[in-house]
Write a protein that binds this ligand. Structure first.
Ligand SMILES: [Fe+2]
Length: 419
């Protein structure tokens, strides 16, 4: 039976049979699927949609009463969905506020981790923090040296993003290794992908904090190899290789997402050369390394509040990034291309060079699409993320800026892996 239920009552195991909103207003590419993970549930909860439809023959029924659940078996087609009011715009933080600088300082010392990587009823020996908007509070603090904290369902369903301190990264890595081993989940591709992604985020974070380290650069090369192997082995699936719920901008999360999108799109386009795939994967992983030279208070400042000088400083991250990466031996000229061209576009209105059409390399055309997509679907102070569908519509409507054939392949990649 098809039922219309309040979004707040949705739970894992239910089969979604549509949203009480237009496709354009949802964060999903598909509207008929079983909810299998917490991240899917989080996306639904955060969508701003009041009601969803479920099919109780394909999944769990609603545990709610007649007052809030209604069977739509006969009436759904006759009742048009109500207009969903636009989400209220949040007041952009004021950079001159102490709260803003405190927030930037706290955020810089923390690393965002995926909730999916933590397993209920296992123990951790590191501290967890949860970030909602600009508020960061301890979720579990291990006060006793060597003490442990039990992962509870409440922690995993808490609203907001989970973070750990950079000093606890090794403990988190060890937890991931042991949790996978003990739960026997090591053979699952989804688990492998989640580990590759979490590890890649940590490595990029470490490299961007120490961009002169050959050892960290080598570790990033290895992780790009793992990403390429995983995508080839799964015939183009990138599920769990990229971060879906992006409440805020983190350069390392963005870098990993863009790299995964670029490699998968290149493979979908028929590129098979190991060297070419590595160049686009590595170049796109490093595309924003120049951001490591930008002061955090400028990097996180809402765009409309940037002065002309700060904007030029921000745009300078491309040249800064090239200078950093060129210092490394073993980086090929092809690896530099995604970095050099990720803010260019077909019209020649991008930066730093304003390259036009056929002056852009293939990897530049690919990354200009994936970089824009990931940026548009990520919230940050003063900017509320738009849905994947809205971002793809924007890219499709701007054919003068983005290559239509490449975009088609990228959409196919996302369609296969979004849920
Ligand atoms: Fe950039």
């Amino acid at each position: 039976m098809r039922k219309r239920i309040p979004t707040g009552t949705v739970r894992i195991g239910m089969y979604i049979d549509g949203f009480d909103a237009s496709w354009f207003q949802t964060p999903f590419l598909r509207h008929h699927f079983e909810i299998k993970s917490q991240s899917q549930l989080d996306k639904i909860m955060e969508s701003g949609i009041d009601y969803v439809y479920i099919d109780t023959e394909k999944g769990l029924d609603a545990a709610c009463d007649e007052k809030i659940c209604e069977s739509t078996h006969h009436t759904v087609e006759k009742t048009p969905p109500p207009d969903i009011p636009a989400a209220p715009k949040k007041e952009a933080p004021k950079p001159e506020d102490k709260a803003f600088t405190d927030y930037i300082s706290a955020k810089t010392d923390l690393i965002q981790i995926d909730k999916l990587s933590l397993i209920e009823a296992t123990e951790i020996n590191f501290n967890l923090y949860v970030k909602t908007g600009m508020e960061i509070v301890p979720l579990s603090v291990n006060h006793n040296d060597g003490g442990k904290v039990l992962i509870t369902k409440d922690m995993l369903t808490s609203h907001g993003e989970l973070l750990i301190t950079r000093s606890d990264v090794q403990k988190y890595r060890e937890y991931l290794r042991m949790a996978v081993k003990n739960t026997g989940a090591a053979k699952s591709q989804a688990t492998k992908n989640m580990l590759i992604k979490e590890n890649a985020k940590i490595l990029v974070n470490e490299l961007f904090n120490d961009p002169g380290s050959p050892k960290k650069m080598e570790a990033c090369k290895e992780t790009v190899g793992n990403v390429i192997s995983s995508i080839i082995d799964t015939k183009g699936l990138i599920t769990n290789l990229f971060t879906v719920n992006k409440h805020d901008y983190y350069v390392y999360t963005h870098s990993v997402n863009v790299s995964v999108f670029c490699v998968a799109t290149a493979i979908a386009m028929g590129i098979q050369s190991e060297g070419e795939l590595f160049a686009i994967g590595m170049g796109s992983l490093l595309h924003d390394i120049g951001m490591s030279t930008i002061p955090p208070e400028v990097l996180h400042k809402p765009m409309p509040r940037l002065s002309d000088f700060e904007l030029s400083l921000l745009k300078g991250h491309v040249a800064e990034g090239l200078d950093i990466v060129k210092l490394y031996k073993g980086i090929t000229p092809e690896t530099l291309l995604p970095l050099a061209e990720h803010h260019e576009n077909l019209m020649g209105t991008g930066y730093p060079l304003g390259l036009k059409g056929d002056k852009l390399h293939l990897s530049g055309k690919i990354i200009s699409i994936t970089n824009t997509y990931d940026t548009l679907t990520t919230s940050r102070p003063g900017f509320k993320a738009i849905t994947p569908y809205e971002a793809l519509t924007y890219l499709r409507d701007n054919r003068n800026l983005f290559d239509a054939d490449i975009l088609k392949e990228f959409i196919t990649v996302l369609g296969k892996s979004s849920l």
